[in-house]
Design a protein around this ligand. Structure first.
Ligand SMILES: Cc1cc2nc3c(=O)[nH]c(=O)nc-3n(C[C@H](O)[C@H](O)[C@H](O)COP(=O)(O)OP(=O)(O)OC[C@H]3O[C@@H](n4cnc5c(N)ncnc54)[C@H](O)[C@@H]3O)c2cc1C
Length: 423
């Protein structure tokens, strides 16, 4: 039995944007830092290490990259995508129909168990009776990993399973996780006593709590109860599939932002790692064209992971079209509007959606555009809501990535993009 979302009138965002805790009513989260993505670390015995691992206390991206790669990012695409040694457009030759895309992530997790490379895989399944409520799973068999295919597009306390890993004496582990989970894991990796750790990352942005996910679906779909799959696509629209195979498509510009105001947790609005740069391998889609997945191989272990799944992949071509920099001044201007403003009139929205679809950036340029937009939006969010946190939670590469817009930023906001060195 799949649970059905409540009627829209019964729901609302769990909090206002200015509320700083994740779900102020959730007792489990009390005593957590002001910015918390509920990664699960604080549900484990490692809670005592939170202050030295949590990216919302101190973002350690630069130090961790230095440890993993022996260097910092090059001033090219690595500023946007993170350090990588190769990238591919790929898809499974035999796609898993239950997967979010073609199922590279869960197939890889399953192979690692089959080939006895690991004893367990930490992954995220759906809570019983739901389609989308996340439930962390310590998979010990390939079938258990495959059963977790598909996104559970809400925050998941995945790292709580590190206690079970320790209790079960597991020394060879793979973890599939979002960027915040991966940051915590990497920060504590030297202390975990693992012989092998494979980190398979998925890109992540604007995640929400499960109640807010239910609310979101009531706002964007005519039939939220019957949704079996949805994805934010590279054509600037949300594609939704229903139980009976029916499809809906909603342009991003048509989202009722005035009603969605407040659903995104402060933590996700203070995150600067959309492409999951600290993983061994990132598997997403946003740098590839429709129908393909985007694979970034980062470390030597990532290269080993890729070789394990390569025989099952069809490889395509990564392309890049359009010029993201043309639209960015408009975007910077839009950031001055109060959050939750009403959307533009229908005809304007139609025109914008058409232009985004036909003239908007494509392929790798789409990924660069969307990453820059989120970096800018989140930098502004931190500056307006948590100004004292900026020096601790905004990594240095953010200012470097956004440098081409520094004059524009200064003109619109009347302050420099990058913090000025103290004299
Ligand atoms: C909230 C969210 C936002 C995302 N946003 C983007 C994006 O903007 N751009 C982009 O390129 N990719 C994004 N992704 C990743 C993308 O949607 C696919 O998950 C990825 O490409 C893998 O597809 P697949 O078919 O190989 O995965 P599958 O084989 O279907 O496996 C999916 C894997 O995702 C894991 N997973 C599912 N839900 C969660 C969760 N809540 N927390 C942690 N792990 C989870 C499962 O454990 C499973 O292992 C996002 C994923 C999530 C969960």
């Amino acid at each position: 039995m799949i649970d059905t979302p409540l009627a829209p009138q019964d729901l609302g965002p769990s909090k206002g944007l200015h509320t700083i805790s994740l779900l102020s009513s959730d007792e489990r989260l009390q005593g957590r830092p002001k910015l918390c993505s509920d990664c699960g670390l604080c549900d484990s015995a490692l809670k005592t290490r939170m202050s030295s691992a949590c990216l919302f206390v101190r973002n350690q991206t630069t130090e961790i990259e230095q440890r993993l790669h022996g260097r910092t990012r090059r001033p090219d695409d690595e500023l946007h995508f993170g350090i990588h040694r190769a990238q591919y457009a790929a898809r499974m030759r035999h796609p898993n129909p239950k997967a979010q895309w073609t199922g590279i992530v869960t197939a890889l997790g399953a192979r690692l168990l089959e080939q006895d490379q690991v004893e367990a895989v930490i992954t995220t399944g759906a809570a019983p009776g739901t389609r989308f409520k996340s439930e962390p799973v310590l998979a010990r068999t390939p079938a258990e990993v495959l059963a977790t295919a598909g996104n559970k597009p809400c925050l998941s306390p995945t790292l709580c399973l590190l206690d079970q890993v320790r209790d079960q004496g597991i020394r060879r582990l793979a973890v599939i996780g979002t960027s915040c989970q991966v940051h915590m894991l990497r920060a504590l990796e030297p202390e975990l006593g693992l012989e092998t750790l494979f980190v398979i990352g998925i890109p992540c942005s604007d995640n929400v709590t499960y109640p807010d996910l239910e609310y979101f679906l009531t706002q964007v779909s005519r039939s939220p109860q019957t949704i079996v799959h949805y994805e934010f696509m590279q054509d600037f629209s949300l594609w939704i599939r229903h139980e009976d195979g029916r499809k809906e498509r909603v342009n991003f510009i048509d989202f009722p932002m005035d009603k969605l105001h407040g659903i995104f947790p402060s933590s996700c609005l203070s995150c600067f790692d959309y492409p999951n740069a600290l993983a061994d391998l990132t598997i997403g889609y946003m740098g590839a064209t429709l129908g393909w997945q985007w694979v970034l191989v980062r470390t030597a272990l990532g290269a080993e992971l890729f070789e394990r799944i390569r025989p099952e992949l069809e490889l395509g071509e990564l392309t890049s079209r359009g010029d993201r920099r043309r639209g960015m001044p408009h975007y910077i201007q839009r950031l001055t509007q109060p959050p939750g403003s009403k959307r533009p009139p229908f005809l304007v929205r139609q025109l914008v959606a058409y232009l985004q679809r036909t003239r908007g950036p494509k392929g790798l340029e789409f990924a660069r555009a969307i990453i820059e937009m989120k970096l800018l939006r989140n930098l502004n969010y931190v500056r307006s809501q948590f100004p004292r946190f900026e020096a601790r939670v905004v990594p240095a590469h953010v200012y470097q990535t956004l440098e081409p817009y520094a004059d524009n930023y200064q003109a619109v906001f009347g302050r420099p993009l990058a913090p000025q060195a103290e004299v």
